[in-house]
Design a protein around this ligand. Structure first.
Ligand SMILES: *Cc1c(COP(=O)(O)O)cnc(C)c1O
Length: 226
């Protein structure tokens, strides 16, 4: 078994255990393997171990990897990083979902360029009003939803967050809980929350998608450029 296959198996076991603790079905939690800055070869190993959903932060990297890995069956790309309007074209062709929607202009551009099935979008919420973080303030969710509601080609399915860096996973719990309350208040059913440091807590609080990189691939290289 490759190291990645072993890591993946362990993460899946931890997801199942977290689900069991709160009486959820493991099938209701999607694992997105965050492969940003990791090589296409490692993604191949992970795919060989059964993983199908991969997360990328940078639109051009997503596009490049999608073409390098076009031979892999059923591979699903999730764009999870902030997106500039002029980069939307790099992901509309390949992405299954976009987890970091925060601006109407980006939604309009995605809508204009998307062909095929609707791009599943999550609104990123900046829960702790951190200046270093992206996302809309909780009070701005309704306005953003109103402005994108009628756009073709995209569908808003849920909310996403990246809580403040914390010493312990437990510290993220109140943010995950808050994201769930906000999603319910806006009639959204999906929650993209939890990373290597806190995905089990996120699942206990209702995550429907967890974005896990380091626990699967190991530490990220600073860059994949030579
Ligand atoms: C990098 C990243 C992740 C994965 O982080 P890990 O700590 O490696 O699990 C998840 N979500 C977003 C938005 C990221 O940028």
């Amino acid at each position: 078994m490759s190291e990645i296959a072993a890591n993946l198996a362990l993460v899946r076991q931890r997801i199942e255990a977290a689900c069991r603790r709160v009486g959820r079905a493991a099938a209701d939690v999607e694992l997105i393997a965050v492969s940003k800055l990791q090589s296409a070869a490692l993604i191949r190993q992970c795919h060989a171990a059964g993983q199908r959903a991969f997360g990328e932060n940078y639109a051009q990297e997503l596009r490049d990897k999608a073409s390098q890995l076009a031979d892999l069956p059923d591979l699903q790309w999730h764009a999870i990083g902030p997106l500039q309007t002029n980069k939307a074209r790099y992901l509309v062709k390949h992405a299954h979902a976009f987890h970091a929607l925060e601006r109407t202009e980006v939604a309009q551009e995605l809508s204009r360029r998307r062909t095929g099935p609707a791009l599943r979008c999550f609104v990123e919420v900046n829960l702790a009003a951190e200046t270093s973080k992206r996302g809309v303030a909780p009070g701005a969710i309704a306005g953003l939803l109103d402005s994108v509601r009628d756009l073709a080609g995209i569908e808003i399915v849920g909310l996403m967050c990246l809580p403040p860096l914390a010493a312990q996973a437990e510290d993220s719990r109140r943010y995950f809980r808050q994201l769930k309350e906000l999603a319910s208040a806006h009639q959204l059913s999906e929650l993209s929350m939890g990373t290597t440091s806190d995905f089990e807590v996120a699942i206990e609080e209702g995550a429907t998608a967890v974005r896990v990189g380091t626990a699967i691939f190991g530490e990220r290289p600073a860059s994949i450029e030579p």
